[in-house]
Every structure is written in structure tokens, then in C-alpha cells.
Write a protein of this length. Structure first.
Length: 336
């Protein structure tokens, strides 16, 4: 969001039929270009010092040289010094400075291996940086976190993820066995997504959480997580997967239960037993809730069982589940 509008960047040249080169804004009713846009893909966006910052694979914006990173003040695009000599994949703000990471070896006039900071006038390196591409950034417990394709940070072994405390880089446990492409903070934990299958040497299927000392898997995970964000307090993952937590989830899924059995927009949204199947056991749970114990449901969002979408768990929801199990076997509705 910037100036009250949703900003979208990517690999497009029109938005709703309007010319918009790789970046556009949405005011709630209409898509609009931001100047003449860029000459290449916009990969990442953030806000710094009251300006919208875009990073990506471009080298000009509004006809002005802007090497892979540029700022928008609401009317005009500007370069950030001489930019970087390679792609910018991630942006964040840490310790009052803009942090950019990607696949580059210089930022402005400084040598900077795949990560650098901008203080409003000058680019600076963060130690000796990483030994290859850095794809994601976040802040967690007062530290800058970087994920990517690297195996060393600041000259120290750091398998695909590392933290920066303002002076030096450190690994996060044993790290992962493969790339980290996305980072997010949720419920006091750092969440990492990517193409890895282990974290700290333990199985973790492409997504894992870090509590400051230990990595933990998140349910049975998903195949290929490339982006993470929060929506209404819920962690949402996107990627190449069609299954998440052993349930059908086409490229998008939400995590709202510690054992991963409540993935929205699938038949699993009433899997209260939990056995990752919608069966008589789930029917027993909803009957108990409606008629007997009124015990709290296992999922934190009662909407997971609000099949009639009226905001209440009532007889009408029981009717929908009975219909699914015994009569029509029709697909269950998505979470409201």
C-alpha cells in the first residue's frame, strides 16, 4: 500500500486494459499507471522515507536511468544513486535504512555482495555480504534476516538463511538444505518458505518456523513456497504447490492451526478430527459442539465450520455436513 492505494508490480504491460509498464496502482475502482513505469520486471516493493521503492530487473523508469531500484514520490520516479549492477529481489527497512538484496556485486560506488543498505544518499555494504543470490528479507527480534541461495554470509557458513545484528552475520541454527525464497513473521515466529526439505537437519517440507533458537516444521508443508504474507492476522503462502497440509490447495493456502489441519478453500476445512479426511469423526465433532459440550473448536476460526456462511455454528452447518457425507456428496463451500 502507498498513499492509500494498492500497488502491484510484476511482469505485465497493461492493467485492466490500461497501459502500465510493470507497475500500477488500484484506488478501489480503477487501475492506473505510475508514470511511464519501467523497462523491465518489478520484483519487490516497500515504502521508505515516505516514498514507494521498487526493485527488480529494470534499468530505466520514466526514461531516467535507474539501475534495478527506484523511488516514486507520488508523481515522479527517481533513481537511488547509481543503483546496483544486478537484479534486486527483496526490499525491507532495518535500523532506519532501506535494505536491498538480490544478485549484485556493487551498490552505488560500493562493493556489496548481494545485499546493501541505503541511508537516503549513500549505498553501503553489510559486511562482506553473501556468496551468491539473496532472495528474501525480513526483520525479526531486532535483527535483519536474509534468505536465498547462499551458503555463506559474512564469510561464515550459513545455509540459505542468516541474521545481521548491525555488525556481523550469523547462521540460524544449521539452516536449510536448499533455497529460502520467502520470509515472514507470524505469531512471534520467523516463517521461511522455499524449496528445502529439511531445517536444522530435521524434515520440513518447504516451510518452517524459527522461534529464536529452534527450527520446526509446519504440518506436512507444501511443495514449493515462493511467497508469504499476512492477511487479517492469518499466514498465507503462495507457490507452485497444489497440495498443502495433505489437502488440495491450488497455489494458495492459509495456515491457521498449529497442526496444519485447517487449510481454507478445500474439503479439509471441516477436518476437525483431525485425520485429513472429512468423515464421520468430523460429524461427531460438530454434533458435540452444537448439542452436547459446546466445547471450543480445534481451529481458532469458527468460520472453518460455518458452512452456511451465516457467522454462527448451528443446525444449518450440521445439515450441510450431513448432506456432503451421506446424500449428495457435493463439494463443500469455501471458508466464508
Amino acid at each position: 500500500m502507498y498513499d492509500g492505494k494498492l500497488i502491484a508490480g510484476g511482469w505485465f504491460t497493461t492493467a485492466d486494459g490500461v497501459a502500465a509498464n510493470y507497475i500500477a496502482s488500484w484506488d478501489g475502482t480503477t487501475w492506473s499507471p505510475l508514470g511511464s513505469g519501467m523497462d523491465g520486471y518489478v520484483y519487490t516493493l516497500t515504502v521508505y522515507d515516505g516514498k514507494l521503492i521498487a526493485g527488480g530487473w529494470f534499468t530505466t523508469t520514466d526514461g531516467v536511468v535507474a539501475n534495478h531500484i527506484a523511488s516514486w514520490d507520488g508523481s515522479t520516479w527517481s533513481s537511488l544513486g547509481s543503483g546496483t549492477n544486478g537484479f534486486v529481489y527483496a526490499l525491507t527497512v532495518y535500523d532506519g535504512k532501506l535494505i536491498a538484496s538480490g544478485s549484485f556485486t556493487t551498490a552505488g560506488e560500493s562493493a556489496a555482495n548481494n545485499v546493501a543498505s541505503w541511508d537516503g544518499s549513500t549505498w553501503s555494504a553489510l559486511g562482506s555480504g553473501m556468496n551468491t543470490s539473496t532472495r528474501s528479507l525480513a526483520t525479526y527480534k531486532g535483527k535483519l534476516i536474509a534468505g536465498g541461495w547462499f551458503t555463506a554470509a559474512g564469510g561464515v557458513e550459513a545455509n540459505y538463511i542468516a541474521s545481521w545484528d548491525g555488525d556481523s552475520w550469523s547462521p540460524l541454527g544449521q539452516g536449510m538444505n536448499r533455497f529460502v525464497d520467502a520470509l515472514c513473521v507470524h505469531n512471534g515466529k520467523l516463517i521461511a518458505g522455499g524449496s528445502f526439505t529439511s531445517a536444522d537437519g530435521e524434515p520440513a517440507n518447504r516451510i518452517a518456523s524459527w522461534d529464536g533458537s529452534t527450527w520446526s516444521p509446519m504440518g506436512s508443508g507444501a511443495y514449493g513456497v515462493s511467497c508469504l504474507t499476512l492477511y487479517n492476522g492469518t499466514l498465507v503462502a503462495g507457490g507452485q504447490f497444489t497440495i498443502a497440509g495433505n489437502k488440495v490447495a491450488a497455489y494458495l493456502a492459509e495456515w491457521n492451526k498449529e497442526d496444519g489441519c485447517c487449510i481454507c478453500h478445500s474439503a479439509g476445512n471441516v477436518d476437525e478430527s483431525p485425520d485429513c479426511l472429512v468423515t464421520m469423526a468430523d460429524l461427531t465433532v460438530i454434533i458435540d459442539h452444537v448439542f452436547i459440550s459446546l466445547a471450543p473448536l480445534m481451529c481458532p476460526r469458527t468460520g472453518d465450520l460455518d458452512l452456511s456462511a451465516d457467522g454462527l455454528i448451528t443446525m444449518s452447518d450440521l445439515t450441510v455436513l450431513i448432506d456432503h457425507l451421506f446424500i449428495t456428496l457435493t463439494p463443500l463451500p469455501p471458508c466464508p
